[in-house]
Write a protein that binds this ligand. Sequence first.
Ligand code: GLY
Length: 396
Amino acid sequence: MTEHKLQRGSERDLGWADEAWSRAEAKIGRNARTIGAAFPNGTINGRYVRGPAHDWVAGFWPGMLWLAYRENGDEELRCVAEACERQLAETLQTYDLLHHDVGFMFSLSSVAQHRQAEASGRGGDADAKRHALIAANLLAGRYNPQGEFIRAWPNWDGEDHAGWAIIDCLMNLPLLHWAGREIEDTRYKHIAIRHADSVLRDFLRPDGSVCHIFRYDPESGTPIGSLAGQGYAADSAWARGASWALYGFALSSRWTGEARYREAALRVARFFVSQLPEDAVPYWDFFLPEAGKESMPRDSSAAAIAASGLLELAEQLTAFGGAGVEDAAWCRTSAERIVQSLCGRYAEWGDEHEGLLRHATGYYSRGVYVDESLIYGDYFFVEALAKLRGRKELFW
Ligand code: GLY
């Protein structure tokens, strides 16, 4: 059992979070035996579909195992997480299959493993650290200096993606910050900051909503305009996109200390929370046509990501003091409201369904994992619970 003292950020009774944590931790332990060193993505008929190690979601399962391991020290969880990490490391040879989401993939596997080994007093994990540094180099290599953005994807699907950047990439930037710090090379930080500033300028709207994809001329770098991507329309507000923006800007604040990222995260947070239905879990897009909206699926993954992002933003606002302290309290209360609803109405604690959170939506327009469980929804739900119980350290 890892020895630590948890410091809660709230005086309110969070017994419900302890209870939910115990149930989630127990389910992760049982899933570790049935899923093993594989890469669950979304559920179909109650069972997670396992995918390849080069999929963008491949880091979330080992990440979840590390979240549980650092609380209970169960060696079985560590072995499975390490076996996942070895498979992820092999994908570093398959250059054409990788893209900007190496940040998601390697922050929650290789970086998490290295950090856990550091925290256990073993001086880190040299192999895992090297894998994460290689991944960071691949990510840095996707930077377009003319347009000051990180290119999202290769030209797959026969479509030219050379000038495409996407909102999710804010969550990949911590890998660059971490790598630059580890090897004392400021170039990584400069790339991360330039990309985040382009997102601030081109993705974030005055009302706090964001687009999913923004296109630049890859040759001149000129901003062209937004695309719908996984959202309902180019000018709509894909719910998970908003949650990536909220958490991603909060993490940019964590790594740089810059107020403009906290302000951006808070603007997105105010928008996100103001648009929530009564049970605090959004429909898959915030700007769906009113007619028929209530029969549209929810996205519990967006709720879980936003809740964990709100808790990070609360940390940032508290750390910098001043007027932000009141905003921090609001962020925390909002996060608690969302997680409490997820625990009470969306969580599946038993084994008849492998996922932890029901009613998540992967890619509505393509009919991919609609109203199912998603491994990233589960990850951020567990991460938010850990934070509510006082765990401040992140893998990001
Ligand atoms: N990063 C892709 C998604 O959120 O579905």
